[in-house]
Design a protein around this ligand. Structure first.
Ligand SMILES: NC(=O)c1ccc[n+]([C@@H]2O[C@H](COP(=O)([O-])OP(=O)(O)OC[C@H]3O[C@@H](n4cnc5c(N)ncnc54)[C@H](O)[C@@H]3O)[C@@H](O)[C@H]2O)c1
Length: 428
């Protein structure tokens, strides 16, 4: 596994747990040293025990030595980052191509080289070209095998995937990979063998569709707020239709994280490149970009326009629960905007203090829920951690006039009303 991040580490340890010998490689020496000491660089439920177990039984190794690890491996998964380019929508593929250039110097027997990273259509063709410059065609095959795991549920998602997508027309590689994944297929995962380009596009199309579902329900929530309808009734009523499905139909803040924002932009870049117009996805991106300003306007209304000197508490700052990933979280734009308007913000996140806010003036990390909320004028429930689901606000918050803005609809509006708490939710 080249790249020991959220995808490489989880996939690597899960493959090891299925009985394979796995080397997880990273260029980050500290990450590799820590992993060897049992220190896990990310928050992912269940990951530490699984790493420890497979490291101890010697099926899982960690290394910074790419060349040596490549020559020892039959199957090579590229799991490095593919962020958006700094000035544009397209994916920055420099990490991918750097790896391809390194791999080609260590191939002396047949290897399957797989992109597990999310890469735009034709990236596999380009990786193949790079390797072909130095290596005979007979000695390698480039395959696309996109990963669909979700942070926070990554081990379960990897172990019980809905489908395994393998993009290759090479029969030998397909046979080897079907065998590698056979323990998951026997548990019910569908095995989809398709062209490399189709596999690359399946990943972007899936993420863009899920982002569309979230954005769709978020926009409907705006309507519900105006017409005294509860968005959750709409989600239930729609979701029971099997053609629609209930997942990803929960209204909340703008979608964020390490995938949806960059992948929706990258697929637009691809469609522009090939002179087509994915207008639905374009409006999803726009709507999502507007979502944080819209929710900030609601904060403004909840505080009756008086934000200056108000003490605002964020419960959770990551883009979703059960992860420490801050990439493209909506808190990254909302908190600085509130500070700019004169508020002070303190926050609690179960995964600890965030580097992103360490240098932001008037933003303070609290070590637990009680100290985070006790002096607040407004409590914003930003992330749906279980830790936030049964807080006795009345008992803890000293300010009698405090308000709650529950961006995840965790609490019941009726129960809050009974307790005479000024409570605001999404789409209710
Ligand atoms: N995070 C997710 O939930 C998720 C889910 C599905 C797919 N993906 C895709 O998987 C890919 C990886 O995502 P991630 O979140 O795991 O990224 P990440 O940033 O957590 O990890 C990438 C790792 O690659 C390492 N790396 C970069 N260049 C290297 C090199 N030359 N040699 C060795 N190591 C190198 C980095 O040091 C880093 O540790 C992306 O394309 C992403 O879109 C991510």
């Amino acid at each position: 596994m080249i790249g020991t991040g959220y995808v490489g580490l989880v996939s690597g340890v899960c493959f090891a747990d299925l009985g394979n010998d796995v080397i997880c490689i990273d260029r980050d020496q500290k990450k590799v040293d820590d992993l060897k000491k049992g220190i896990i660089p990310i928050y992912e439920p269940g990951l530490d025990e699984l790493v420890l177990k497979n490291y101890k039984n010697n099926r899982l190794k960690f290394s910074t030595n790419l060349k040596d690890s490549i020559s020892k491996s039959d199957i090579i998964f590229i799991c490095v980052g593919t962020p958006s380019k700094k000035n544009g929508n397209d994916a920055d593929l420099s990490q991918i191509f750097n790896v391809a250039k390194e791999i080609r110097t260590s191939i002396s027997k047949f290897k399957i080289i797989i992109t597990k990273s999310t890469v735009p259509v034709t990236t596999g063709d380009n990786i193949e070209k790079i390797i072909l410059e130095k290596v005979s065609k007979k000695l390698f095959s480039v395959v696309s095998n996109p990963e669909f795991l979700r942070e926070g549920e990554a081990i379960r998602d990897f172990t019980y995937p809905d489908r395994v997508v393998i993009g290759t027309k090479d029969k030998r590689s397909n046979k080897i990979l079907k065998n590698l994944y056979s323990p998951l297929i026997s548990k019910g995962a569908k095995y989809v063998n398709t062209s490399r380009r189709a596999a690359e596009l399946i990943k972007y199309a899936s993420n863009a569709f899920l982002a569309t579902k979230i954005t769709f329900i978020n926009e409907l929530a705006n309507l519900c707020e105006k017409i005294d309808v509860n968005i959750e009734d709409i989600s239930i009523g729609m979701g029971l239709d099997k053609r629609i499905g209930s997942r990803f139909l929960r209204a909340g803040p703008a979608y964020g994280g390490s995938c949806f924002p960059k992948d929706t932009k990258a697929i637009i870049h691809t469609s522009d490149k090939f002179n087509t117009n994915l207008s639905v996805i374009k409006s999803v991106i726009k709507s999502n970009e507007n979502r944080s300003s819209l929710l900030l306007k609601r904060v403004f209304d909840i505080l009756k326009g008086k934000i200056k000197n108000k003490k605002i508490c964020f419960l959770g700052v990551t883009f979703k629960a059960n992860t420490d990933d801050m990439r493209d979280s909506s808190s990254l734009s909302m908190i600085p905007s509130l500070i700019k308007k004169g508020a002070t913000v303190n926050y609690f996140d179960p995964t600890g203090e965030k580097d992103e806010f360490k240098r932001t003036k008037n933003v303070v990390f609290s070590v637990n829920i009680n100290s985070a909320i006790k002096d607040s004028d407004l409590i914003i429930i930003h992330t749906e951690w279980n830790d936030f689901k049964s807080i006795n606000f009345k008992k803890i918050v000293k300010n009698k006039n405090f308000r709650i803005f529950d961006m995840r609809n965790i609490y019941s509006s009726i129960k809050m009303k009974e307790q005479k708490i000024k409570y605001f939710a999404i789409g209710r």
